[in-house]
Design a protein around this ligand. Structure first.
Ligand code: PLP
Length: 454
């Protein structure tokens, strides 16, 4: 690679408050991940890199040291450094079911695979230090202190001062919602239409009335939000304000303030599901706001792995204490050894997030590129999340889903995300599989739609 190629690929790589060597190493890793720098190519000599980037040779040597330690470059004694992907970055990000290795590409769920090497190392470290925990009762109450602290620190670092007593560990967001519903016993809950369907089933099973408000790729319908909060007065609102599933929409600041105001006025407890929050695919990711005074729930299901089964709930310490004493808490919290694994992963989550975002960004752009300019559907490229939300212009979605199945592609129709069975013109298309699989996804969708035209 030439100096010019390196400079162009790195762009504006300096980051305020980050040491030059660290920022340079990160930029090289990101450029390799999204293909701006070719894996296998040789970096120019240290002195030339220093001149081209306007930094000292010492900075370049330090950055190369970081890259070498993290597995991004190979340096043979006395020769140039060659760019490569570390094993964990090269690991699959889609489960077998979504990459079609058994013949069928199952995209009914938008789920990434675990970051293999990192996850396995966390398992080993957790096993190594599980001794004291195994001598305990196995009941962790509100959660392992170290995990509660790590999660509280993440909130605090983001500007939301949080004490460990404000955090309760759960076995995912569904458990957090089940526990909250059991404690608060709302008669009604305001939900987005469309939304993540599993909580809807949980609310229904608990006999809670659902009140819908519309959200599209363009955002939230504030009139409907107002009506929904009025109807759910005294109850709950379950919202996904960050890269909403399935639309990918990001709630603007004004809407967040409106929600907080409506909540106060109608005594509604707002529960913000932040599971998608770290999947910000904007470049660079920008700080995100929060709905003031909302109870926050999160999960490692999309950033790390669904099988970890660790999530959390952040709220006032008094609410956390009440939930911790609820009889269902013991069965809705994560098992202690999984909490140890989660602690190991959360301690150094940033590299995992960086890899995941880079891969998702590449895949989103690839799938969007394959589908754009086709008047059989409309979509907006989402700023984050895991899926495209396609609106078919004339074809019937149920027929397309059936035909797609015949072409080896399983998809979820829009209706499955809607509390009221609307959204019948929409399809959710996850971009979780690797690029080569996405080519097959687009081809199968094309065939499914042609069959219907015929
Ligand atoms: C908005 C949202 N929250 C949470 C989850 C995961 O839930 P859990 O942590 O219960 O596995 C998903 C998975 O699809 C989701 O879409």
């Amino acid at each position: 690679m030439t100096n010019t190629q390196l400079v162009t690929a790195l762009g504006a790589w300096r980051r305020p408050g980050v040491a030059l060597a660290r920022a340079l190493a990160d930029a090289v890793g990101d450029a390799a991940l999204d293909g701006r720098l070719r894996v296998g190519s040789r970096l120019p000599a240290e002195r030339r890199v220093a001149e081209a980037l306007g930094v000292s040779r010492g900075t370049v040597i330090a950055a190369l040291g970081i890259l070498r330690d993290e597995g991004w470059v190979d340096t043979r004694h006395g020769s140039a450094s060659t760019l490569r992907l570390p094993p964990e970055a090269a690991a699959r990000i889609a489960p077998f079911s979504a990459s079609g290795e058994d013949g069928v590409i199952d995209l009914r769920r938008a789920v990434p695979a675990a970051p293999h090497a990192t996850y396995q190392q966390a398992l080993l470290r957790a096993a190594e230090r599980s001794g004291p925990l195994l001598a305990e009762s196995g009941e962790t109450g509100p959660g392992l202190p170290e995990l509660r602290s790590l999660i509280a620190d993440r909130f605090t670092d983001e500007g939301l001062a949080t004490r460990p007593e404000q955090v309760l560990i759960t076995s995912g967001t569904r458990s957090a919602l089940a526990l909250l519903s059991a404690r608060l016993r709302p008669r009604a809950v305001a939900v987005e239409i469309p939304t993540y369907p599993d909580p809807l089933a949980g609310f229904r099973a608990a006999g809670i009335r659902l009140v819908g408000c519309r959200v599209t790729t363009d955002g939230w319908d504030l009139d409907q939000l107002q009506d929904a909060f009025r109807s759910a007065a005294g109850g709950l609102a379950y919202l996904v304000p960050d890269f909403q599933n399935p639309t990918g929409a990001l709630m603007p600041a004004t809407a967040r303030r409106t929600v907080a105001w409506l909540a106060e006025r109608h005594r509604v407890t707002v529960v913000s599901d932040e599971t998608m929050r770290d999947l910000d695919l904007r470049e660079p990711p920008a700080p995100l706001l929060r709905i003031p005074r909302s109870v926050l729930i999160g999960s490692a299901a999309k950033t790390v792995w669904g099988g970890l089964r660790v999530g959390w709930l952040r709220g006032p310490a008094a609410l956390i204490a009440e939930l911790a004493h609820h009889p269902l808490c013991g069965s809705l919290t994560a098992v202690p050894t999984q909490q140890l694994v989660a602690s190991e992963l959360l301690r150094d989550l940033e590299p995992v997030l960086r890899h995941r975002r880079a891969a998702l960004r590449r895949q989103r752009d690839h799938l969007s590129g394959l589908l754009s300019g086709d008047d059989r559907w409309r979509f907006t490229v989402p700023p984050g999340g895991l899926a495209l939300w396609l609106r078919l212009t004339s074809m019937r979605v149920d027929a397309v889903v059936t035909r797609a199945r015949a072409h080896g592609l399983e998809l979820a129709a829009g209706t499955s995300f809607a509390a009221d069975a609307t959204n019948s013109r929409h399809l959710r298309l996850p971009f979780t599989p690797p690029i080569a699989t996405l080519d097959r996804v687009a081809a199968a969708l094309d065939c499914a739609c042609r069959d219907q035209d015929a």
